[in-house]
Design a binder for this molecule. Structure first.
Ligand SMILES: [Zn+2]
Ligand SMILES: [Zn+2]
Length: 206
């Protein structure tokens, strides 16, 4: 209920949308999409989820069990799988409903806010459940505006809007922008060389 309300608020408030847009930025939605979040969003959501449990003085074992259930449910609702919930869809959230929440369509921008219990969406009239699916093209998913790929730039973007393509004219920005891809390229080459090296050694031994 509280996460539902906060999620709904994130979609209607310009300031809080900036803590949530990262979650919607993926052009491919699969079971890992649930872990794509702005750091402020993680802090607020986890406080909403866990503070009442701590304040009510629950057994410490409740925490890891709840964390496990949360993680599993998060993977489930974002999973790219064909689940048919039948009448249970009125109570429990599922990919059937939540994948629509990640679709790049205006009519679903204020729909399907539930995390675990879709019953809130049905009670508050925010459920969206058409017969068809969002589609398989990249433009069917994610945000309708340009959004940075880089994790830290995404956080910077939430504070101040910028066009990363325009910033590429600055050498310092280019250095940062290409740093991670270059490191990955470097390690990619390093490991592929090692593999070739090992294969060559084995060849010589035969
Ligand atoms: Zn959302
Ligand atoms: Zn989601």
């Amino acid at each position: 209920m509280y996460t539902f309300t906060f999620h709904r608020f994130q979609h209607s408030n310009k300031f809080f949308w900036r803590t949530h847009e990262a979650h919607h930025s993926g052009k491919e939605v699969d079971f890992l999409a649930g872990s794509r979040s702005h750091v402020v969003e993680i802090i607020i959501n986890q406080t909403i989820e866990f503070a009442p449990i701590i304040l009510l003085g629950a057994d410490p074992a409740v925490m890891p069990i709840k964390a496990l259930l949360d993680a599993m449910f998060g993977m489930f609702i974002h999973a790219n799988i064909n689940v048919k919930m039948g009448k249970l869809k009125y109570i429990f959230n599922s990919p059937e409903l939540h994948l629509w929440h990640h679709a790049n369509y205006l009519e679903v921008f204020h729909a399907n806010f539930a995390t675990k219990f879709s019953v809130w969406d049905y009670l508050f009239g925010t459920a969206y459940f058409p017969e068809h699916k969002p589609g398989n093209e990249r433009e069917n998913w994610g945000l309708y505006y340009d959004y940075p790929n880089d994790y830290f730039l995404q956080h910077a973007f939430s504070i101040k809007r910028f066009d990363e393509k325009k910033l590429l004219k600055y050498p310092w920005f280019r250095k940062y922008y290409y740093l991670r891809p270059n490191i990955l390229k470097f390690f990619g080459k390093l490991f592929s060389r090692k593999k070739i090296g090992k294969a060559e050694v084995e060849k010589e031994l035969v």
